[in-house]
Design a protein around this ligand. Structure first.
Ligand code: HAM
Length: 419
């Protein structure tokens, strides 16, 4: 196939059954988020470039190296969104939406990274943002919500990493300490970390260079240099998580890759994912609303990676994949009866198909299997005379006769109702 007809590097197609799994994952997320009082916000997939430079940060890799930025025909600088948080904050302020508020979103984001397993150039985030709640109990609710989502999808191999990266009061002292430490090791650092040293030294914790990592192993950790207030808040978050039985690992070096964070930061990781092990992440951003020209209102949220979630999930069972019924007709004269049954099933909300083209019964069964049907309902002369259908479960191979009055309900139970 010519390059013109292959998908761009780092993008992906979702065909069945993956498209169904994707939808199921989104639906679990929506349900849990709505249960916790979040309502959906839909924001544009592209924004003014400046929005991201000012918030995600002009020292973050995402903004400096990974954005799909372009000029439109009128010369405006725009960018495909690499994440949702700045757009949500902008939307709330621009529309004067009430705060406090709890909003969630699901949709594509774009980052020009090196594609690999679990890392795409177009990927989907499932995110929540809380604007206007300062209590550490909110931190715990948000962290738990992500954890519940992964638990519900059967991802048992998961860890929550927790840290606090301080506030406006303690961060300057910590920064000075870190700069002085790193300056003492300047010659051992990579070129990029030397620049980071001047502009945003905490970024060095994210550096993949082995020499930098060995220097940083001895560096003062952000989570170990907090003011008493930040210490106290982190303690409350930890106590509350423990009280609710949510397991976590304290990682005093977790800094996160975006500039707007302060205090609580967290990441969900899974051993199933390999190098790109972050299932999702988030934290507090108590200054962002104000920096966007809004009132001084705290914020906290997370974004979960949909593709990584799907990679970490257990493989679906045949029962989960097979969600429709197939109506099989034994002879030409039975087609009208078969179509009546098809209509009864569809009217009752049971996904059902038929193969009009295949004359031979064997081929109809084959079509049912190709379509991943859960069962075949066979319309035959003898059965019709008795007022029954023969129902074949394509997963178990079991075959039974079911009366015309009961057939729709039986099939519904077998395929599950439409999601
Ligand atoms: P983030 O850590 O940059 O945070 O991204 C969140 C999640 O998106 C990652 O943990 C990962 O699962 C997924 N992700 C990121 N990049 C890629 C990629 N190239 N391919 C596949 N998946 C990817 C944020 O974006 C923040 N906005 C989260 C947040 C919300 N903080 C507060 N509120």
């Amino acid at each position: 196939m010519s390059a013109r007809h292959s998908r761009p590097k780092g993008t992906q197609d979702f065909l069945p059954p993956d498209s169904g799994r994707k939808r199921r994952v989104e639906e679990v997320f929506r349900r849990l988020a709505e249960n916790a009082g979040f309502q959906e916000v839909v924001i544009p997939t592209f924004e003014h470039l400046e929005l991201y430079v000012k918030s995600s940060g002009d020292t973050s890799d995402i903004v400096t190296k990974e954005m799909y930025s372009f000029k439109d025909r009128a010369g405006r600088d725009l960018t495909l969104r690499p994440e949702g948080t700045p757009g949500v904050v902008r939307a709330v302020l621009e529309n004067r939406y009430r705060m406090p508020c709890r909003l969630y979103y699901a949709g594509p984001c774009f980052r020009y990274g090196r594609p690999q397993r679990g890392r795409f150039r177009e990927f989907n985030q499932l995110g929540v943002e809380v604007l206007g709640e300062a209590s550490p109990r909110t931190d715990v609710e948000v962290i738990r919500l992500g954890d519940q989502f992964f638990a519900e999808l059967g991802i048992s191999d998961r860890t929550i990493q927790l840290n606090s990266i301080g506030c406006r009061n303690c961060r300057p002292d910590y920064r000075a300490k870190l700069v002085s430490f790193l300056a003492g090791h300047r010659t051992e650092l990579c070129d990029e970390c030397r620049v980071r040293l001047e502009r945003n030294p905490m970024r060095a914790f994210d550096c993949k260079n082995a020499d930098c990592q060995s220097v940083l192993a001895g560096a003062p950790a952000p989570g170990g240099n907090l003011c008493p207030e930040c210490e106290g808040l982190l303690r409350l978050v930890r106590q509350d998580l423990e009280g609710q039985g949510v397991a976590y690992t304290l990682n005093d070096r977790l800094v996160r890759g975006l500039d707007y964070y302060n205090r609580t930061t967290f990441e969900y990781t899974s051993g199933k994912l390999g190098a790109q092990d972050s299932l999702g992440g988030g934290g507090r951003y108590d200054y962002l609303v104000e920096e966007f020209g809004g009132p001084s209102v705290p914020g906290i949220g997370f974004a979960l990676g949909l593709e990584r979630t799907m990679l970490a999930m257990p493989a679906s069972t045949p029962e989960e994949r097979r969600k429709s019924a197939y109506v099989v007709w034994l002879s030409e004269g039975l087609l009208d009866e078969a179509r009546k049954l098809l209509e009864r099933l569809r009217t009752a909300g049971v996904p059902a198909q038929i193969d009009y083209d295949a004359r031979r019964v064997k081929h109809q069964f084959k079509s049912a299997d190709t379509a991943s049907a859960r069962c075949c309902v066979v319309v035959g002369e003898d059965e019709l005379a008795k007022g029954v259908y023969s129902l074949k479960d394509l997963v178990t191979g079991e075959q039974t006769e079911v009366s015309s009055g009961e057939i729709v309900e039986r099939v519904r139970r077998l395929v599950g109702t439409r999601i």
